[in-house]
Design a protein around this ligand. Structure first.
Ligand code: SAM
Length: 247
């Protein structure tokens, strides 16, 4: 039946696409892509000959109506982004929301996502984690966001541009103090690097060699140690006071 498919695409290595993703891309009437030129290369590689339509941050709200109409008329559409899973720090939210509001079926396919790929090899706790996406680029906004995470006990996952990695780690060191950070760079590509160090040592290591700050980055920061076995500070204070009154 006609629907909107959400189709993850590779985050580097072109072989990282599922058989089902290829089948769906070949079967739909239209592929909505973030950047049609960029995705054209992948589709050509996969021998997919389906018309594309551009859907990016700037026209998404307006294009959503057109796409929903097409699906209501019986067409199926696949949504892809430049890399990885659509909607994950990528366009698609407005379209999916509009589809669901209009009662149009949305079918998600599982597939590559840089955050999950990085996390699976980081060696930080994965039972609970928070995905923070991109931090604000400006210093004030970035500091505010990091401050809000000061007491976060779960592993924190960030996307970051290579130009800002040093600044971001410096800001993290200021807010969190010494903490373990894991960087995952160029996942699935030739220069894939996973590296784990305390924040201050990571800053030194990254600055030792310009090549270490090139490419695409996922940053994973250890959560604050969970002292939930311990009594809260407030309770401890009261107990100490009470005990000092005991004979
Ligand atoms: N939708 C994508 C996903 O599912 O991961 C994310 C898109 S977001 C615009 C791009 C960011 O994802 C990059 O700046 C980087 O932080 C991260 N990323 C994407 N591919 C990566 C890779 N191969 N290695 C490391 N990080 C990657």
């Amino acid at each position: 039946s006609p629907c909107l498919y959400i189709v993850p695409t590779p985050i580097g290595n072109l072989s990282d696409i599922t058989l089902r993703a290829i089948e769906v891309l070949k079967s739909v009437d239209c592929i909505a892509a973030e950047d049609t030129r960029h995705s054209g290369i992948l589709l050509q590689h996969l021998d997919v000959k389906v018309p594309m339509l551009a859907l990016h941050d700037h026209n998404e709200q307006q294009r959503a109506g057109v796409l929903i109409q097409r699906i209501q008329q019986g067409q199926s559409i696949a949504l892809i982004s430049d890399a990885g899973t659509p909607l994950i720090s990528d366009p698609g939210y407005h379209l999916v929301k509009a589809c669901r509001d209009a009662g149009v079926k949305v079918v998600p396919l599982p597939g590559p996502c840089a955050a999950i790929t990085a996390l699976s090899a980081a060696g930080l706790p994965t039972d609970r984690f928070v995905f923070e996406g991109f931090l604000p680029a400006k210093e004030k906004g970035k500091d505010d966001r990091l401050q809000a995470l000061a007491d976060e006990t779960r592993t924190m996952v960030f996307y970051e541009s290579p130009r800002r990695v040093i600044d971001t780690l410096t800001a993290m060191l200021q807010v969190f103090g010494e903490r373990q950070i894991v960087i995952a760079r160029e996942l699935t590509k030739t220069f894939e690097t996973l590296h784990s160090l305390p924040l201050s040592e990571m800053l030194v290591w990254l600055q030792e060699d310009d090549n270490r700050t090139r490419g695409e980055f996922v940053l994973m920061l250890a959560g604050k140690p969970d002292n939930s076995d311990e009594l809260p500070a407030e309770v401890l204070r009261t107990l100490t006071l009470l005990m000092s009154d005991l004979p």
